[in-house]
Design a protein around this ligand. Structure first.
Ligand code: LHQ
Length: 264
């Protein structure tokens, strides 16, 4: 029996999607990319899911395109990207739910793009990111040219891309490529605990925050102010807001997990 390319588990509102081609450091073939895109879209639509975690089985996160799976294909590079990687990155950034890139090991090529694409990036101590594309005389894709310079600036991004330099966890933290680094031994438990903390936050407010931030990445201050004013109305009209204010006044923890009784 062949192993599934993607493992799916849901625990305490956290949907964990695990790339499952460990012998190849989870290098991506079309099956993995299309299954993963579908899984992110499904998780986005599933009311039982509050947070999505992307991670890899074995010692790798994702080694990018499976280089054994590219010869003889009848698609151009452009067609391939538009059919597989680009819809995946759009599904992640467009999801109304927080997506965690849980980088358990090496993230290379398009795998590095996936490591950067999450709203939160959690790394294991032994994780490593490499914009490996120039080693095979390609350009960074799957969003790397958009994500990386916004994090480290144009010049550092160019250097990392041109020399395919490896970035290890301690440097990734300093450079702003990840939010937290955890010991390898406890990594998966720490990721679940972090994800559950996020799952307890107000889902509607986080969805709108994500929408506003994504728009602000490419907008003027004027447009960002207008969008904030519009989305704040949506947040303020939601029961979560009333629950937050009531909980503050009653000096108790807010319950954002389910609609509180008596609130509209
Ligand atoms: C792999 C791969 C791999 C297959 C490790 N494929 N087997 C490209 C083209 C078309 C359109 C769309 O966009 C793209 C985007 C891209 O992602 S291009 C970049 C493609 N990826 C790479 O070039 C990375 C190639 N891999 C590496 O440079 C190294 O394996 C890294 C730095 C990731 C890890 O090095 P090590 O930790 O030393 O592991 P390793 O090299 O020994 O790999 C372990 C196994 O995984 C090995 O298989 P084997 O049977 O010898 O044990 C590798 O062949 C296999 N593997 N990456 N991308």
């Amino acid at each position: 029996m062949t192993e599934p390319v993607l493992l799916t588990e849901t625990r305490a509102g956290v949907r964990t999607l695990t790339f499952n081609r460990p012998d190849k450091l989870n290098a991506a073939n079309d099956d993995l990319l299309l299954t993963l895109t579908r899984a992110v879209t499904e998780a986005d639509a599933d009311a039982a899911v509050r947070v999505i975690v992307l991670t890899g089985a074995g010692r790798g996160f994702c080694a990018g395109q499976d280089l054994g799976d590219v010869s003889g294909r009848d698609m151009t590079f452009t067609e391939h990207l538009n059919a597989t990687y680009n819809p995946l990155i759009r599904a992640i950034r467009g999801s109304g739910k927080p997506v965690i890139s849980a980088v358990n090991g090496v993230a290379a090529g398009a795998g590095a793009s996936l490591a950067l694409a999450g709203d939160v990036r959690l790394w294991a101590e032994s994780a490593m990111l490499v914009e490996v594309f120039s080693n095979i005389a390609l350009i960074p894709d799957s969003g790397s040219t958009w994500f990386l310079p916004r994090l480290v600036g144009y010049h550092r991004a160019f250097e990392l891309m041109a020399l395919a330099e490896k970035v290890r966890a301690a440097d990734a933290l300093k450079l702003g490529l990840c939010e937290q680094v955890y010991p390898d031994e406890t990594f998966r438990a720490e990721v679940q605990a972090y994800a559950e903390r996020l799952a307890a936050r107000p889902a509607n407010a986080l969805k709108l925050t994500k929408q506003a931030l994504n728009a602000a990445m490419t907008s003027s201050l004027d447009d960002a102010l207008d969008l904030e004013a519009r989305l704040q109305q949506v947040a303020g009209d939601h029961w979560e807001h009333e629950e937050g204010v009531t909980a503050f006044k009653e000096k108790r923890a807010a319950n954002f997990q389910s609609e509180a009784p008596g609130l509209s």
